[in-house]
Design a protein around this ligand. Structure first.
Ligand SMILES: [Zn+2]
Length: 68
């Protein structure tokens, strides 16, 4: 099993709590991890500050900007 190196950042369109157990912030971001072959690995929803923390050292693919 290869460690995920890439993460897609999606806006969280519904009200949910950050998945970090001790965090009480609202999740605003969905992180979709991809493995080294670009395949879906796992996903988690987190608040703004944890999103930044979890993306550190990863290749980030920003899906937050939508064509309007
Ligand atoms: Zn958080």
């Amino acid at each position: 099993m290869s460690e995920p190196r890439e993460v897609e950042v999606w806006p969280c369109g519904y009200v949910a709590k950050c998945s970090v157990p001790w965090c009480r912030q609202r999740a605003t971001t969905i992180l979709r991890y991809l493995d080294s072959q670009g395949r879906f690995y796992r996903q988690t929803k987190v608040c703004e500050s944890h999103a930044r923390e979890l993306c550190a050292g990863m290749k980030v693919i920003d899906r937050k900007r939508r064509a309007e």
